[in-house]
Design a protein around this ligand. Structure first.
Ligand code: NDP
Length: 287
């Protein structure tokens, strides 16, 4: 007997504003297609004060889950039923999964970064990490690196209040020692740094020539330099680091790996990471 065809799709989405240039949908949909899953990923502009309506709408329509980007990662928390431990520690949610009608908030940004580091053969355990920035990406990256055993975390940030708050939050919530270092012009990167992570928006399209105000001669070849900015991936920051002999890691690995983690949460299937990476590379004209 012929099997009944199911036309109803499982819905996933990204809610943000601005969101027009967010490429996550390309990655997720490539994965859905590769596994023949009847899932869709919608990239939806949701204005700041409409988030409660959007979340209620997603509940009403039985979405499998959704991502949050600027400006909703913190604002979504009171609208959810539960948080994972990581999301609670980070204080922000980038991924929501619906489990039996309950909306559960998770944060996969830092885990995506960690996977990308490991794919490049780097284990943060026992390492000294220096971060530029203290916004949402820096929060997720610093907490996950600390949970993965980083020994010392230096937070360099322009605004002291945000930088100092993140350093004390990492120290309180994890076993890592974290300190705030004020961002004084052409800051020298502490010599004991093993992993230097650029977590500000600097270098993000359209400001592709932007470069953090760092004394690049304080970078030494034993360090690893990673950027969370993925569009364009070869940021001026990474170019300066590569010129000085550092190993460099672009933000593409973090982006694909956080998308792969979301994929697994929503579909219960292993993400076809190679297909998803190729789709992103094609989208950015990198292959
Ligand atoms: P936030 O707005 O939360 O934080 C921005 C950070 O950048 C703040 O620390 C801010 O400092 C700093 N900053 C901005 N401009 C400057 C400047 N001119 N000089 C010094 N510091 C500056 O943004 P997010 O943390 O959410 O995002 C940061 C970047 O991470 C974005 O480019 C985003 O695309 C990327 N990202 C990448 C992901 C990936 O998968 N690869 C995932 C998530 C984010 P201050 O506190 O002083 O304002």
């Amino acid at each position: 007997m012929q099997q009944e065809k199911i036309y109803r799709a499982e819905l996933t989405a990204c809610f943000g504003d601005p969101v027009d240039e967010n490429p996550t949908g390309v990655i997720e949909e490539a994965g859905y297609e590769a596994l023949g899953l009847n899932y869709r990923y919608l990239t939806v502009r949701v204005e700041k004060d409409r988030l409660p309506d959007a979340v209620n709408g997603a509940r009403a329509m039985g979405f499998r889950g959704f991502n949050l980007t600027i400006p909703h990662k913190v604002a979504v928390i009171p609208l959810l039923d539960e948080l994972t431990e990581a999301a609670r520690l980070i204080g922000a949610v980038n991924t929501v999964v619906s489990e039996n009608g309950k909306l559960i908030g998770e944060n996969t940004d830092g885990k995506g970064f960690l996977t990308s580091l490991r794919e490049n053969g780097i284990d943060p355990a026992g390492k000294t990490v220096t971060l530029l920035g203290a916004g949402g990406a820096a929060r997720a990256v610093s907490i996950e690196l600390a949970l993965a055993g980083a020994r010392q975390i230096n937070i360099i940030n322009r605004s002291e209040a945000r930088g100092a708050e993140l350093a004390s939050s990492v120290s309180e919530k994890t076993k890592a020692a974290a300190v705030y270092l004020p961002w004084i012009r052409q800051i020298r990167i502490p010599a004991e740094t093993d992993i230097l992570v650029q977590c500000t928006n600097i270098g993000l399209f359209p400001d592709v020539t932007g470069k953090p105000d760092v004394d690049y001669d304080s970078l030494r070849p034993g360090m690893v330099a990673a950027d969370v900015v993925f569009n364009r991936p070869e940021t001026p920051f990474l170019q300066e680091a590569a010129r000085r002999g550092l190993k460099t890691i672009t933000g593409l690995g973090m982006l694909v790996n956080q998308a792969a983690l979301n994929f697994r949460l929503w579909t219960d299937a292993e993400a076809p990471v190679r297909v998803m990476t190729e789709a992103l590379a094609k989208e950015f004209g990198l292959n």
